[in-house]
Design a protein around this ligand. Structure first.
Ligand SMILES: [Zn+2]
Length: 328
């Protein structure tokens, strides 16, 4: 039997994307913001396709207007993570949603997020680190402001810089300035690539942004020479099977390429992306993978060790996490 309750490491979780719909609904009532159209009758998020998902996502984030809102959001998200056995999570933080990527505002919002993360670690034993993330469809100029926020707050908590949003807008290379700025500030790099944009988007991410991880990255499988390059460069994939199925990139988990990529030698990990939007949790992802590919404890152990190796935290934290994975 697979111990799907085992401790888990997650590398790809958008903070706002983890917002329980009940919290967003409550905040919209407190602020008299009418976003009732984004919910189903039974209180889940509703969207038709990826483009609609992005607009529902932005509507949900429109109620998050203060640092206190982000404190509440962070607590709620980390409580869910801990309930699903997550002991370490790297969370995408978007200064665009925290005061419009203004550096002074960002400091305030980040302080609230860190306070919540510190409390969550004490209360529930889940460690969080942040990856400041620009949003591709907001354009390269906005991304620069986000990169300045990232560079300004790089340290023990903010460990990385990344990019999410609509992968079909522009090229990865359009954002090279921001990624170079973040790298020079000591931040580690990842970007969403090969979710929608095919293998070409993975090639751009590797060559033009020089990332060491790929958000999704799964469509690299279209190009076997590029798969070899990913393996040789030691690039790790942040794979989110439930998200890909919810957005109809694959009809079900069984037809998802995660197992094939792993067999080819690619370092893969498992994450939830935006769990309540995709009706998933880390526990459910493990259960679906165990069912689809007959993966057992040792398979999930390998995936979690890959995740610790590829995590952006310091070595001391990695040693502690490896101990927790082995002993629990
Ligand atoms: Zn994502």
């Amino acid at each position: 039997m697979n111990k799907i309750n085992d401790p888990k490491i997650e590398l790809h979780l958008h903070l706002e994307g983890g917002a329980p719909p009940s919290l967003i609904h409550q905040m919209s009532k407190e602020k008299n913001i009418d976003i009732s159209g984004i919910f189903t009758k039974d209180g889940h998020y509703f969207f038709r396709d990826f483009t609609h998902f992005l607009s529902v996502y932005e509507a949900a984030t429109s109620v998050l207007t203060s640092s206190d809102d982000f404190y509440r959001l962070t607590k709620a998200v980390l409580e869910q993570s801990a309930q699903n056995g997550v002991i370490y999570t790297e969370t995408f933080l978007s200064p665009d949603f925290c005061g419009g990527a203004d550096v002074i505002a960002w400091h305030d919002y980040l302080a609230a997020i860190k306070e919540a993360a510190t409390e969550a670690e004490k209360e529930w034993g889940v460690t969080m680190r942040g990856i400041v993330t620009c949003i591709r469809h907001f354009g390269p100029d906005k991304a620069r402001s986000v990169a300045f926020c990232a560079a300004e707050t790089a340290g023990d908590f903010i460990r990385g810089f990344g990019m999410g949003g609509a992968e079909t807008v522009g090229t990865q290379g359009d954002y090279a300035y921001s990624f170079n700025l973040a790298r020079e500030a000591g931040l580690r790099l990842t970007t969403h690539a090969g979710e929608w944009g095919g293998a070409e988007s993975v090639r751009q991410a590797i060559n033009d942004l020089k990332v060491e991880r790929l958000g999704h990255g799964i469509q690299v499988i279209e190009d076997h020479s590029l798969v070899q390059e990913v393996i040789e460069r030691g690039i790790t994939l942040e794979v989110c099977p439930g998200s890909n199925v919810a957005l109809s990139i694959f009809p079900n988990v069984k037809s998802h390429p995660i197992a094939e990529l792993r067999e080819m030698g690619v370092k893969v990990t498992v994450s939830t992306d935006d769990p309540p939007f995709f009706h998933t949790t880390m526990r459910q992802e493990y259960a679906l993978l165990a069912n689809a590919f007959k993966w057992k404890d040792k398979d999930f152990q390998e995936l979690n060790k890959n995740a610790v190796d590829a995590a952006f935290c310091d070595d001391e934290t990695k040693v502690r996490l490896l101990k927790e994975l082995d002993t629990e």
